[in-house]
Structure formats: structure tokens, C-alpha cells
Design a protein around this ligand. Sequence first.
Ligand code: UN1
Length: 501
Amino acid sequence: MDSVKQLFSALGIAQESVTGGSLPVHSPIDGARIADVREHTAQETNQAIEQAVAAQKAWRSVPAPRRGELIRLLGEELREHKAALGRLVSVEAGKITAEGEGEVQEMIDICDFAVGLSRQLYGLTIASERPGHRMMETWHPVGVVGVITAFNFPVAVWSWNTALALVCGNAVIWKPSEKTPLTALATQALFERALKRFGDAPAHLAQVVIGGREVGEALVDSPRVALVSATGSTRMGREVGPRVAARFGRSLLELGGNNAIIVSQSADLDLAVRGILFGAIGTCGQRCTSTRRIIAHRDVVQELTARLKKAYASATIGSPLEAGTLVGPLIDQAAFDAMQKALAQAAEQGGTVTGGERALQERFPNAFYVRPAIVEMPGQTDVVRHETFAPILYIMSYDTFDAAIEMQNDVPQGLSSAVFTTDLREAEQFMSASGSDCGIANVNIGTSGAEIGGAFGGEKETGGGRESGSDAWKAYMRRATNTVNYSRELPLAQGIRFGED
Ligand code: UN1
């Protein structure tokens, strides 16, 4: 594939690093093998950790606004290479061009955010109960941050973590998904350009380690990695969380979602159909925020389902690189098999399935394109409560808004949720303490496509972590409480008198 080679060179990936290695990389577009990437061993990962520890010791003393300058330069590199990196995201992860470029835009946005943040790492001052005393909070970097990312957002999730972690004064080691090492290498090459222009940053400030389980385990188990930020399946999080906790490390987990949209009888159905379509079939249903469940009022469920079926029928499935395509391929055969298994289970559990078959098999015999599926379910059965990372949309109905909220919350995951309603009471109830139990609760927009300005993450089996905007930066810092005595006395707190008269 000549065009892939051109992308490598446009993005500064050395040919040697993507040929002759032990990790084959296949494009989900046509199944072609596009690279053989060199993998790191556990020993090399441990060495990277030592190097990161040394780098962080120097970086923590660089003033935060100066650290922000590095991220400003990274943002510039990303702006300049947006089209090429976006295209590589399409080639390696199968996203349509608009979404590939959108992902790079998300990186640019978080860089801008982090540059501003580099001048806003504020702590509080607190009134002391003692005369002549002052209390305050100081925020310091945690140290080395390990970032483990998934194939579906192969570069943006790194940037949410790294832009914040670096301005906060940490060093970063990144383990990308084994399915998407090329976009990681490209991102690293762009980061190194920014480093060169920056001038005097310590070596090994942000590194990439490529490999499977043993590389991940080295990061998870090392007491020198202060924070492990991991995005992926709930199964992965169940291993990572307890292992990091066992050594009293910190983890930030972004795991599975099973995101629902409630469509009320007062909803603007035009908006609802558009919001659901993007959420359910965008990225071929492979976002952690993808819309997987519709809970529609009994009076509108039929019309909504008919309109969705019509919209699904006219959504073009095809190569993500071609203009007009809305639905690209699944990442691989395992994803296809999981989708088929879930559809069979849904049918057994009383569902009526429309779509879901393999598509474009003649044109792309080694890739896995599917017709997105709509499944009308009699209720929220087991399969509906399970996250299948594929474009399957379960539709269920409700009679009362309370019951709809209960159904929305009655799954193990808690990432994103939305309601389409024009009823103010329903909207407010949905966002209240007795409403959606998710980390994201939207009104009249879908479940996916969050902006970087808000804190991103979710509850329950989603893992509880928050990254990206708002005050998510605090996860990358440790808090020190300082009490300063500027008096000539030594009064004790709580009025304690100790050894005096
Ligand atoms: C993910 O799927 O892991 O809200 C992240 C969204 C994107 C991020 C998704 N901004 O859909």
C-alpha cells in the first residue's frame, strides 16, 4: 500500500520501526497487512519506567506555564498534520474520514485547554482556627503516569491524558492497543517534533511502549508508576483496578458503556432520529459512548422505530476513505463474531432483528462490514444489559417516565445517557439526583460526541474515572495541605493544652 507508506513519511514514522517487527498490523478497511511493528519486552518497559522517573524529576521543577508551551507546540504540530493523522486513524481503526479528523481535532482542543490550564493550577487558602496561622492547598505532580488506550480512540484518549499530565508536571508512558500501534507511533513522532522545537525538555518525558499483556502488566505492577489511566473493557478494568490498588497506586478507569436514550412522547422526533443515528451507527457502534438502547414512550415507539429503520436503510456502508460513507468496518473478525452472537441471543430472548448481516463481502472478503442492526425487544433482557461493541440498537418501550429512568439505570454500566423531551420537568428530573446514574446525562443531544471541556467518564462498571476537561486535572496531581504558623506562639488545634500549667 503505497499510500500508507506516504502517510508514514508525512507523519515522520521511520520505515524501520514498522517493518520486520513481530506485531502485524491489518487495516480493517480491507484486511491488508500494512506493517509489522517492533514490540517492547517487559524488561524494556521497566527500563522506560526508570527513564520516565528520571525525566519527571527534572520536569516537575519546570514552571507550569513553561510546560504549557510544550503542549502549545504539540497543538501546532497536530494542526499542521491533522489531515494525515486523521487519515491514518481511518486506515488503522476504520473510522470514516470526518471522524478520523474529528478525533485529531479533539486532540487539538485538549491541547488548547491544557495550555490555559498550565496557568490555572490553583489551590485553596483555608481559614485556620488558630491565630497567626494560614492554611492552604498545594498541588504537585504525581510522578509517572501510565496510559493504556483502546483501538477505538487510538490517539485522542492519549492526548486527554498526556496534555493534562504533562502540564501538571508528570512524565507519561503510553501503551496503545495492539490493534493500533501505527497511530501511536505517528503521534509520538509529532510529539518529538514539538519537543525539539521546545528545546530543553528532559529526554524520555513521554514514551510509547508497544506490546501485549506483559508490557501492560509491567506498567500496572510497577510501584514507580503513580497513576495508571486505562481505557478499555470492563474485563480489563477488573484486572487493572485491583492490581494497581494492591500496591496502593492510583488508577483512572474508563471502561464499558451501555448508553441509553429515553425518547419521551413530547420529543422532537426529527432531532431524536438524528441524534440516535449518529450515536448508534457512527464509528460503526464502536465508541464507548455509542447509543445501544432506546427507551421510547409507548405512544411514539412505533413511529420512531419506523423512522430509524428508514434512516438506517439509507446510511451508506463502505470504505471509510470514500466520501459519502457513514458506516465503516468493524475492527476485526472477533468483533463481527461477538455481534452475531449477541444478535442470536437477542432473537432467543424475544427480539425482532432488522439488519446485522455482513455487507460488502465480495468487495472486501478479508474485512468485516455489517449492516447496523435494530432489535425491537420486549424488555431489558440479559443481552441488552451487556455491552456488545458493535452497531446493535435495542429498542424498548415505557409507560411512565419514572419507569423509563429505572430501566435506563438498570444496567451494570454508567457512562453516558440522554433524554429527548420538550417537557422541562422530565429534562430536570433526568439530570437530578433521582435521574440518570451516569457520568454523562444529556438533554436533546445524543450519548456520544462529548466536547473536551467537560469531565469525561462514568460510574459503576464504567470505572468511576474522569478525564479531559473541568477539574479532571486533579487526578494527575497530589494534594498537599500546608499549615503555616507566622506567630510567636504554638497554639494547638482543638484547643488542646499540652504540658502547659
Ligand atoms: C471512547 O469511545 O473511548 O464522547 C471515547 C465521545 C468522544 C470520546 C469517546 N468524545 O464520543
